[in-house]
Design a protein around this ligand. Sequence first.
Ligand SMILES: CNc1nc2cc3c(=O)[nH]c(N)nc3c(CCN)c2[nH]1
Ligand SMILES: [Zn+2]
Length: 372
Amino acid sequence: MTQFSFDLGATDGRARSGVIHTPRGDIRTPAFMPVGTAATVKAMMPESVAATGADIVLGNTYHLMLRPTAERIDRLGGLHKFMNWHKPILTDSGGFQVMSLAGLRKLTERGVTFKSHIDGSRHDLTPERSMEIQRLLGSDIVMCFDECPALPASEAEVARSMELSMRWAARSRDAFGDRPGHALFGIQQGGVTRDLRAQSAEALTGIGFDGYAVGGLAVGEGQEAMFGVLDYAPDMLPRDKPRYLMGVGKPDDIVGAAARGIDMMDCVLPSRSGRTGQAFTRHGVVNIKNARHQDDPRPLDEACGCPACSNYSRAYLHHVFRAKEMISGMLLTWHNLHYYQDLMAGMRAAIGAGSFDGWQADFHADRAAGDI
Ligand SMILES: CNc1nc2cc3c(=O)[nH]c(N)nc3c(CCN)c2[nH]1
Ligand SMILES: [Zn+2]
């Protein structure tokens, strides 16, 4: 059986392209992971997600433990069978979602207790319980249980939080055990403070993981501060392992992160924006609800091969959005995920050809600042 491994292919500056091999299939990097929080990438059939070019999707421990519970998914054959997605799945560990979604949270050295945002029931999440849930789900890439501090936070608070997360990373590693074909990723914390980032990287590398995430970003610090951290943080992590930037991002965030050595990313933006009428194109963002589109016979993007651009006009997409028809979210989500995967494929090819600088220049030259 294929084990979990990462083949680093080409590099171009700090950018890298490669392939992550897993028993459920290969993941071409730089990779974008569509978010399938509650066992579905919203408004998409799994076969449609695959058609966009996605090699892996993300699931969430927090949501699935609350509903329908990890035990029920396990009894039904695991998350891949449950959601009919048979390629790799990465699951986040729940800490971030508890802090952003749950009520009445109590954080201690042991873990977090909280009330479900669905029905108010009380729950416990610890590194050990998070590893058990992700094992029951059957995910291929498991994330350590961590705490992502909300910004703004003092350096002392960021340091305390990072140190707790490193103790939780060691407990996650111990609880994960030895699971051939499954990977455990550590998550670097440390906010925007270089030496805290270094301490975190050193702690994680000392424990030893199959991949390393850059956590604690895309929490309101802004692109400039995020890129400032990415100018040094990824290089603190082992070069021969995948580097995953969590929760990113807008198309230009993604390009900037890949240019700084990031191999994997996830973000709700393409799917969430699809449902709110925002379409990402190589020329910028189209807000389809804008009246200027109601008679426009052109597709969103002439150069896009997705079903929305191949078969429908902006006028139609404007109409079904205004009419609140379900097909609106379906078509715009499909287009956005297709565009994101086209972006990743373009970067992989450019890095492979050693022409990433030129590709980036074209990417920025094509894009208008505002809506188009
Ligand atoms: C949207 N911005 C964002 N920042 C994150 C940081 C963490 C983070 O520091 N830790 C974990 N476990 N998840 C994060 C997530 C969720 C990723 N799907 C983040 N999302
Ligand atoms: Zn399209």
